[in-house]
Design a protein around this ligand. Structure first.
Ligand SMILES: Cc1ncc(COP(=O)(O)O)c(C=O)c1O
Length: 444
């Protein structure tokens, strides 16, 4: 009997009681290798002494001070660390309690940037199909994860428009090069801006690497460069959502660094608190900050727990851990090892269509036939079967259905902590193979 509302009302969940490195233990002593960091959160494992110590020190000195009255050392330190680690001119940090709040803050400050300059009509948001930006109403409207959105459609913003995602393996035309494909889908942004009228468009938002909705899908190399040019041309604020793929997960602090561009705003969360505290950040550039500073000088937004001192103290320690150059190099190397191991393990498996990603952010697309790329009948919910089979074996992975169009397609997302070793990589590959093989047999 429980009074807690779980996401699946009638599901009986095990009780998690202890963390040790990349493992979580339940109250029966069963251990689970966390190969997805929950939802790409626990990037430093479940028992980091430095982070725990900084949290208790902050609690001892001061648990909370409202950000309308005070600033705190931990918030100032976190902001200055983020500012110095984030490529210029992304220098201004707004601290919140999670990913949805970071995205809401980004969408709102972009709008306020236009408003404060007198461009009152600039209000429309352009985002991409098959994306997820959070569950609060603004962020939910911006994303297009169809199952998560469907019940709420009538109460969502109607100033959001969606263009194609960039997924060459699935949507590249026969004979079309990756570059041509990248340009074609990026140009949809320009077409949409022209259709709406540039005077009416505020923002473009995208996940640099699409996470939960499609399973770690990076854009082709030239895509974001073209997007950046289009945003510049039409005075549209470019927001990259790195709530999942940021904070070192790809082997760079930010995934956008691989594309040699800098957005106007980047949103981060998950890995910034690493599961030790709920913390997120919206980081904007000098252009946006200066413009508001020189007009209203006031960001018309805030939350009671914005810049929470304990969460900020955790964020400082997390950043110290992951910004060490050796950690970032190691993530890249571990990612290559994991990818190669998966490629080897699934070499002869007809049900893996594509293994992709960057660093320790990897997706496997599940198909019924890897030549035709056909998916399984969604009624079979093969993604849910894989999750259950893996969990039974003591492996946490993050599968999802609707990979192709919100209904069809399945994938498994992997986002293990940066502290895994070769043995953990073997364990992930072996148990995942067993889970997928069993799931396929169950529906045959
Ligand atoms: C890319 C992306 N943006 C935003 C969010 C929302 O973050 P939160 O659940 O912390 O509100 C998520 C969560 O999965 C995400 O993956």
């Amino acid at each position: 009997m429980t009074n807690l509302i779980h996401r699946q009302f009638n599901q009986k969940l095990p009780i998690a009681v202890k963390g040790d490195g990349p493992y979580i233990y339940d109250n029966f002593g069963k251990k689970y290798l966390d190969a997805c960091g929950g939802a790409a959160v626990s990037c430093l494992g479940h028992n980091n002494k430095l982070i725990k110590k900084s949290i208790s020190q902050q609690l001892e000195s001061l648990p909370y001070a409202h950000s309308g009255f005070f600033t705190t050392d931990s918030a100032e330190e976190l902001a200055s660390m983020l500012s110095s680690l984030t490529p210029n001119p992304l220098n201004w940090v707004y601290l919140v309690s999670g990913g949805s709040e970071a995205v809401e803050s980004g969408l709102k400050i972009a709008r306020q940037y236009h408003y404060d300059r007198g461009y009152y009509k600039k209000s429309h948001i352009i985002a991409r199909k098959q994306s997820y930006h959070g569950n609060t109403l603004g962020a939910l409207a911006a994303g297009e994860n169809i199952p998560r959105k469907k019940p709420y459609e009538p109460i969502l913003l109607n100033s959001v428009h969606h263009i194609s995602p960039c997924h060459y393996w699935r949507w590249g035309l026969k004979g079309e090069s990756a570059d041509d494909y990248g340009l074609r889908v990026a140009n949809e942004l320009e077409d949409k801006i022209i259709e709406l009228g540039a005077d009416n468009v505020s923002t473009f938002i995208a996940e640099t690497i699409v996470g939960a909705t499609m399973g770690a899908v990076p854009a082709v190399d030239n895509y974001f460069k073209r997007i950046r040019d289009i945003c510049n041309k039409y005075d549209v604020v470019m927001i990259l959502d790195e709530v999942m793929c940021g904070m070192g997960r790809t082997g760079q602090l930010y995934a956008f660094e691989y594309y040699s561009i800098v957005p106007d705003i980047v949103c981060v969360a998950k890995g910034l608190g690493a599961g030790y505290q709920p913390i997120g950040a919206m980081i904007c550039n000098d252009m946006i900050y200066d413009s508001i500073n020189n007009s209203s000088g006031y960001f018309q937004h805030s939350h009671t727990y914005s810049a929470h001192p304990v969460a900020c103290a955790a964020g400082v320690s997390v950043l110290k851990e992951i910004s060490k150059i050796s950690t970032l190099n190691n993530i890249e190397n571990l990612g290559i090892k994991l990818l190669n191991k998966l490629l080897e393990e699934f070499r002869d498996c007809p049900n893996i269509g594509n293994i992709r990603g960057r660093g320790l952010f990897i997706g496997l697309e599940i198909v019924s036939n890897n030549i035709t790329k056909d998916s399984f009948d969604p009624k079979n919910k093969i993604h849910a079967r894989i999750k259950k089979n893996a969990f039974d074996l003591g492996l946490m992975v993050y599968p999802m259905g609707g990979t192709i169009d919100g209904i069809n397609g399945d994938h498994v997302l992997l986002a293990p902590p940066y502290i895994i070793n070769d043995n953990h990589i073997d364990e992930i590959a072996k148990k995942l193979k067993l889970s997928i093989t069993k799931a396929v047999l169950e529906i045959k």
